[in-house]
Design a protein around this ligand. Structure first.
Ligand code: HEC
Length: 480
């Protein structure tokens, strides 16, 4: 028996490679935060396992995708649970990767010699978000479909190659069955492969440079000569660290399973169901970006959709080289700490704002403080009756910010014809527009456009009226 153990140990390199790996001493002075990295890897394995079982029943075609989800939910043994764990596990993974990253940011763990560990970590974050993005379309429900339509819009802002990127992404010029198989292949093959590679690389790098440990314990600038942990008790990868991870993972997994059991994973109507008032909503971890987009419109849209996200990713990647000092303690890095905190507060704020997007709309209407002529007044009436405020503000008031502020139309020098054309068929002007078509008669279109063209608050003062007054203004003028 002993000899068999020796044989295997020798042949698989236990003594030479695996044993030192398992019993490696680690700094233990970060407490439970050190388990975050392992938690990310473990929850990824849960996603891989549940994903594999889901794939056995899932069918990536527009005709059957939605039905196969229903089948998984209603007929497959434990199917509802399977989908639930995959869904909530994905959310947990995004949170864990984000918190792991934030911890390493605030403890300065990304500094030399761990720059590359950090960069691979950023790539892992991006892959995680890629999983979320591609997985979102697979149920092929309304939410999935529209979120993809909206995001496919985004590369369109890039000059010259934007359209090309959209085509590559969608496999054509609109979301179709080709998009679905494409996303499925990426979600099932490309991303898991990349992720596996990155995790191995990340762990390898963590091991060769050692864990960074708590900056408050080690003097700043202390390098490898202090690699030996200061704490008296030995803290090794196995068994001390792994058992700590096991406890933390048991907690995370229980939460995910409880959510899967008690909270229902949303599945809306099948994609393509006709619903004019459907409002696209992204998955919660993209909400802040979605919300950011609504602050920019027209030619500045590219700032929200491209410049800020791409700049943010670039800054994240370059982080280790942006700060030259080797200080790691929070108190020694006031600027980095302040900027990091501000970003997190900003993201949380935008997320809350995004979910609060269900706030009331259309109760008040900002209008120019002057007599409206007949056409303008009846345009106001159409505006109210057709609930344009559901998506549009006027001069920052009265509506929601799904679409651009209509007070910007004069500034953008829109003509009446352009506005009419847009409102009648938005997609004919901007291919990926999410604005519904409005089947209005010529007269209503003209007055609506005329009304929008009065919304020029440089030359007029603004007056706020309520819904009833708006309808009265229109009615009153018509009697003249
Ligand atoms: C479901 C949300 C939604 C509703 C409802 C909606 N819009 Fe829009 N609208 C948008 C969005 C989003 C855009 C920005 C471009 C796009 O479609 O993605 C937009 C763009 C516009 C534009 C900009 C055109 C330009 O040239 O920049 C005008 C004008 C407009 N809408 C008018 C209206 C009017 C008038 C109504 C009511 C009859 C209305 N919208 C209802 C979402 C909506």
């Amino acid at each position: 028996m002993l000899r068999l153990g020796d044989f295997i140990g020798d042949r698989i390199g236990w003594n030479r490679y695996l044993k030192p790996f398992m019993y490696e001493k680690l700094p233990s002075d970060m407490g439970w935060l050190t388990t975050l990295g392992s938690l990310c890897a473990l929850i990824f394995m849960v996603e891989a396992a549940t994903g594999m079982f889901l794939a056995m029943y899932y069918n990536p075609s527009p005709e059957l995708a939605y039905e196969s989800i229903l089948y998984i939910m209603n007929d497959v043994t434990m199917g509802r649970m399977l989908r639930g764990v995959h869904h909530w596990g994905a959310g947990a993974m995004v949170i864990l990767v984000f918190v792991h990253m934030a911890t390493n940011f605030f403890t300065g763990a990304f500094k030399a010699p761990r720059e590359l560990t950090w960069v691979v970590g950023v790539v892992i974050l991006l892959i995680t978000l890629g999983f979320g993005f591609t997985g979102y379309l697979l149920p092929w429900d309304q939410k999935a479909y529209w979120a993809t339509v909206v995001s496919a819009n985004i590369p369109g802002d890039i000059p010259v190659i934007g359209d090309f990127i959209t085509r590559i992404m969608l496999g054509g010029d609109r979301v179709s069955g080709l998009t679905l198989t494409r996303f499925y292949a990426i979600h099932m093959l490309l991303l898991p492969g990349l992720m596996g590679l990155c995790i191995v690389l990340h762990i390898y790098l963590v091991r060769i440079h050692g864990m960074a440990g708590n900056p408050a314990v080690k003097a700043p600038g202390a390098g490898k000569e202090q690699a030996e942990p200061r704490t008296e008790a030995t803290y090794r990868f196995y068994p001390e660290h792994l058992s700590k991870c096991a406890v933390a993972f048991a907690v995370v997994l229980s939460v995910v399973m409880l959510l899967a059991f008690f909270c229902h994973v949303p599945l809306e109507d099948m994609a393509g169901t006709l619903d004019e008032s459907y409002l696209p909503r992204p998955e919660w971890y993209y909400m802040w970006l979605f919300q950011l987009l609504t602050f920019f419109s027209g030619s500045s849209e590219v700032v929200g959709s491209l410049v800020i996200p791409a700049g943010g990713i670039l800054i994240l990647i370059l982080m280790p080289w942006l700060s030259r000092t080797n200080f790691r303690r929070v108190s020694d890095r006031p600027l980095a700490t302040a900027v990091g905190t501000a970003c997190i507060i900003g993201i949380v704020y935008l997320t809350i704002m995004g979910f609060a997007g269900t706030k009331p709309y259309g109760k008040i209407i900002p209008v120019p403080d002057r007599e409206l002529n007949l056409s303008e007044a009846s345009g106001l009436k159409v505006f109210v009756n057709r609930e344009c405020a559901y998506c549009h503000n006027i001069n920052g008031r009265g509506g929601r910010i799904q679409g651009p502020d209509l007070a910007n139309m004069v500034r953008k020098k829109r003509t009446r014809d352009q506005l009419m054309k847009y409102i009648r068929d938005p997609q004919s002007v901007s291919r990926w527009s999410i604005m519904p078509k409005y089947d209005l008669n010529e007269k209503d279109l003209i007055s609506l456009a005329d009304f929008i063209l009065t919304l020029d608050f440089k030359t007029n003062r603004m007056r706020i009226i309520d819904r009833e007054m708006a309808l009265e203004v229109a009615g009153g003028n018509q009697r003249e």
